[in-house]
Design a protein around this ligand. Structure first.
Ligand SMILES: CC(C)(COP(=O)(O)OP(=O)(O)OC[C@H]1O[C@@H](n2cnc3c(N)ncnc32)[C@H](O)[C@@H]1OP(=O)(O)O)[C@@H](O)C(=O)NCCC(=O)NCCS
Length: 169
């Protein structure tokens, strides 16, 4: 189904998704989350939401990506996002991000924030495309290689959403 207009479904992550999520995580990040972090986020952190992207292709209901966020007061913080390498560059990451931002607007969020490696030009492009700007840098933020992180922010989330989508979701 790669490259075709297969339907991508975004839904809440469940424990059953964890084996695939962990696989995608390991393929995507030098410092993947351990399983216990996902379990903690799914059960113990009331501020946390985790979603997966699912495709009905050769493998039915295959999980091909995920996103996580923390909603605290009027701020939604993107905690993680990854798409299986085979399914990248087909709009899945953007769909995951827009789903979370739309949901956050409904919850009353005013700003969205995240951190990203300064070398991760692909992710920075994805965030810039949605209107995020770089507002700061955290020196030596990533402990595997001491790389700096950009802090990115999207302010005025409700207005941004209205401009981008009008009344539609
Ligand atoms: C970042 C990531 C989630 C993007 O997912 P994706 O499904 O491939 O992205 P999309 O197809 O939705 O692309 C949306 C936008 O992202 C940017 N982008 C995506 N892939 C890109 C690439 N290879 N080169 C440049 N820009 C790219 C573009 O702005 C693109 O918009 P466009 O297609 O109109 O040019 C994916 O590359 C990934 O899993 N990377 C590894 C994990 C990671 O780095 N996560 C971010 C942590 S902060």
């Amino acid at each position: 189904m790669r490259g075709e207009t297969a339907e991508i479904l975004i839904r809440k992550m469940s424990f059953d998704d964890l084996p695939v999520v962990l696989q995608i995580d390991r393929m995507s990040f030098p410092l993947p989350w351990p399983e216990r972090s996902y379990r903690y986020e799914l059960t113990k952190n009331p501020a946390s939401s985790l979603l997966v992207a699912e495709i009905d292709g050769i493998v039915p209901n295959e999980v091909i990506g995920f996103i996580g966020c923390w909603l605290i007061a009027d701020e939604v913080h993107i905690s993680t996002i990854a798409v299986h390498p085979y399914y990248r560059r087909q709009g899945v990451g953007e769909k995951l991000l827009l789903t979370v931002l739309g949901w956050a607007v409904d919850q009353g969020a005013q700003i969205a924030t995240l951190e990203v490696r300064v070398s991760n030009h692909i992710a920075i492009d994805l965030y810039r495309k949605q209107g995020f700007i770089i507002e700061g840098k955290k020196t030596g933020y990533y402990r595997d290689n001491n790389e700096d992180a950009y802090q990115m922010i999207l302010e005025g989330l409700p207005d941004w959403y209205l401009e981008r989508f009008g009344g539609d979701r």
